[in-house]
Design a protein around this ligand. Structure first.
Ligand code: HEC
Ligand code: HEC
Ligand code: HEC
Ligand code: HEC
Length: 193
């Protein structure tokens, strides 16, 4: 029994923060009553960041930079136009991967997860969700009973945005944090318990 407990505990310790994808966050963060964070994100600039890589402008930028791959497959673009790229998040996959289905003909978990990491999602700003995604954990963080950072939630500041909003972006526009911050907010309603 002790040994089983030890194995179980070491399994927990070995668990790392993993990127889980936008669809998981959507399940719990879409209701108007609680601020509809998913809808606000969907209507904002980050939801389109991956599609942008398929535009003519992107193809021209990639060509000018001498990239040998399409922008939507190039490290040089994906590191800012997808979630957790190079950090265990989004990865470039071939067509066969995207076609993988379960026996019931539905996309596999791996396909759904990868699809949910394809653009700049919640976890690009909030941090990888594997440990905080549980309702119990989230509620405890909200109530101040659990330290947010210990379960993988990042404290968001100007540096969080500047991972991507910096001079190495080929279309860089000077980044005014206070102004931009207000453009992407998705707060709880004032009357939420
Ligand atoms: C099983 C449901 C569930 C899932 C999945 C979930 N959340 Fe939450 N989240 C909650 C609840 C419940 C709260 C507490 C506030 C509330 O009642 O809405 C919360 C609170 C938060 C907070 C505020 C924490 C604080 O300091 O008050 C953030 C940020 C957040 N969630 C982000 C995310 C992100 C990003 C994802 C996906 C990676 C995610 N959540 C997935 C249920 C969930
Ligand atoms: C993982 C990279 C990444 C992070 C982190 C990030 N952004 Fe962005 N952001 C982008 C990309 C890429 C675009 C362009 C999307 C497009 O046009 O398709 C963008 C666009 C925007 C825009 C639209 C206006 C503009 O400048 O074109 C605003 C506003 C914005 N981001 C605010 C923020 C704020 C505020 C933060 C931090 C709280 C942040 N972003 C964090 C990648 C990021
Ligand atoms: C360092 C992060 C970063 C990298 C690398 C990056 N982008 Fe972006 N991209 C952004 C951000 C942030 C924006 C929002 C506008 C801005 O401030 O550049 C953006 C916006 C864009 C836009 C929309 C331009 C507009 O007018 O708003 C295009 C097109 C684009 N990127 C293409 C690319 C391509 C193609 C690559 C790869 C060659 C690339 N980006 C690499 C961060 C990046
Ligand atoms: C561009 C960065 C960015 C993205 C992407 C993003 N958020 Fe946030 N989120 C913020 C910032 C900034 C705050 C304000 C609180 C703070 O500074 O921590 C916030 C606050 C929240 C809160 C707490 C609201 C409050 O009033 O305290 C929740 C819940 C939340 N986000 C969920 C999500 C979910 C779910 C997604 C994806 C659908 C998402 N966020 C995507 C930056 C982001």
């Amino acid at each position: 029994m002790k040994i089983i407990l030890l194995i179980f505990l070491s399994f927990l310790w070995a668990q790392d923060f993993e990127y889980i994808g936008i669809n998981k966050c959507k399940t719990c963060h879409k209701s108007e009553k609680k601020g509809a964070q998913f809808k606000k994100w969907e209507a904002g600039p980050h939801a389109q960041a991956f599609e942008t890589l398929k535009s003519e402008e992107s193809i021209a930028i990639a060509k000018k930079a001498g990239l040998t791959k399409s922008p939507w497959e190039a490290d040089q673009c994906l590191k800012c136009h997808s979630t957790g790229y190079g950090m265990g998040g989004y990865e470039v996959k071939d067509a066969a991967f995207w076609e993988e289905k379960t026996e019931k003909g539905k996309p596999t978990k791996a396909v759904k997860r990868m699809g949910g990491l394809q653009t700049v999602g919640c976890e690009s700003c909030h941090g990888p969700g594997s440990l905080y995604k549980k309702k119990k954990v989230m509620t405890a963080v909200y109530k101040g009973e659990t330290d947010a950072v210990s379960v993988g939630l990042w404290r968001i500041d100007e540096g969080t945005c500047k991972q991507c909003h910096n001079e190495s972006s080929p279309t860089y526009k000077p980044f005014d944090y206070d102004k931009r911050y207000n453009e992407i907010l998705h707060p709880y309603p004032d009357d939420m318990e």
